[in-house]
Design a protein around this ligand. Structure first.
Ligand code: FA5
Length: 340
């Protein structure tokens, strides 16, 4: 009886294993036949009931059937695994020799690039790089820079006033004041940043643009020092030797004050449209720090003096890259920026 059952099971389960169409189906058969609560386990439990003289033979047969079915199941499962692996390899096949899609090459904004270069230069010369708030107090933007409320120079920098009496800084010069207040003399600092003016926008005027400020406060500082640093900076920026000239220029926070021009790099000074036929291109405002400015920040002008400059980074970027409309620089049009 047990023998017949075992032989029949070997045949029927063997056929089911052979015919299983999927790994899941095969697993189902395995659990039913070979599992802990499967048919073979049931038969094994009933072996106690068979006649003692048949027990060894039937026990052997049971083991043989079990082994055969296990082997058949493992072999079939192996074939499923192999087929699955082959299908996966087929589906996920990649050609490592194909050029892979490159991430687009990006770069820093041209103004940021120039700012970084100038910062690096001044850091190498022992200057600190300072930051200041874009929303400034009237005191730091004007009064401490020797521009009292009644001074006509306030009109030259059309100001965005805020309701609380503060303003959007019109230049980076207030960071001079903050630098002197915070660090005191001797002082070497540059301060790049964004500034704002309530201007009518045109090809060379923005309401929001970038400047970099520079300042040295020390003993016996002269215009010769100022010229040396300005020439070093401009030579680095334009990557060639530059000739500079100073013209008198009025800024209430420096005395004497200058406009600094560079001999036109395009025509070498002969005259061209870029330098408006003058041979010179205006670059920056500078001068020796006014004693009142030092005094406002608690520095004794009888002991200390200094120089300062303020350079328009946005206009500089225009010159370096030959951009004829300032509005392009911050228009946010990537088609334009990607050309630089
Ligand atoms: C000043 O802002 C002074 N604070 C500079 C200075 C600092 C002088 C220290 C002396 C000592 P000015 O208003 O000229 O100066 O502006 C400086 C530069 O900012 C200009 O040379 C120009 O390059 C740039 N600039 C001024 N107005 C605009 C504008 N609307 N759009 C773009 N750039 C501008």
């Amino acid at each position: 009886m047990v023998e017949a059952t075992l032989n029949e099971l070997a045949a029927s389960a063997g056929a089911r294993i052979e015919q299983a169409g999927s790994s899941e189906e095969l697993e189902q058969v395995r659990i039913e036949v070979l599992g802990r609560k499967g048919v073979l386990a049931q038969i094994s439990k009933e072996m106690g009931k068979v006649l003692p003289q048949d027990r060894a033979r039937l026990g052997k047969l049971l083991n043989e059937v079990k082994q055969r079915l296990e082997q058949a199941s493992d072999a079939k499962q192996g074939r499923f695994a192999e087929a699955a692996m082959r299908a996966r390899l087929e589906a996920e096949w990649i050609d490592l020799t194909l050029p892979c899609p490159q991430p687009p090459v990006r770069h820093l904004h041209p103004i940021t690039q120039i700012q970084d270069e100038i910062e690096d230069l001044f850091v190498s010369l022992g200057f600190a790089v300072l930051d200041g708030p874009e929303v400034e107090t009237e005191y730091h933007n004007f009064d401490a820079l020797n521009i009292p409320a009644t001074h006509p120079a306030r009109d030259a920098q059309d100001t965005f006033w805020l309701d609380d009496g503060n303003l959007l800084r019109t230049h980076t010069s207030p960071v001079q004041v903050r630098g002197m207040e915070r660090l005191g003399p001797p002082l070497r600092m540059v301060a790049p940043g964004r500034v704002f003016r309530n201007e009518s926008v045109d090809a060379s005027h923005e309401h929001t643009f970038y400047q970099i400020e520079g300042m040295v406060v020390d003993r016996e500082v002269s215009v010769a020092h100022l010229i040396y640093f300005m020439k070093t900076m401009l030579t680095e920026i334009f990557r060639q030797e530059v000739t500079v000239r100073l013209r008198p220029g009025y800024f209430p926070f420096v005395e004497p004050g200058f406009e600094l021009d560079v001999r036109c790099l395009l025509c070498g000074g002969d005259g061209c449209p870029v330098c408006k036929q003058s041979g010179w291109v205006e670059q920056l405002g500078c001068g020796l720090v006014h004693p009142n400015v030092l005094r406002s920040s608690g520095i004794d002008p009888d002991i200390w003096n200094g120089w300062a400059f303020g350079l328009g980074l946005t206009r500089l970027a225009m010159m370096r890259y030959g951009i004829d409309d300032i509005r392009l620089l911050q228009g946010g049009d990537l088609r334009f920026l990607e050309q630089l």
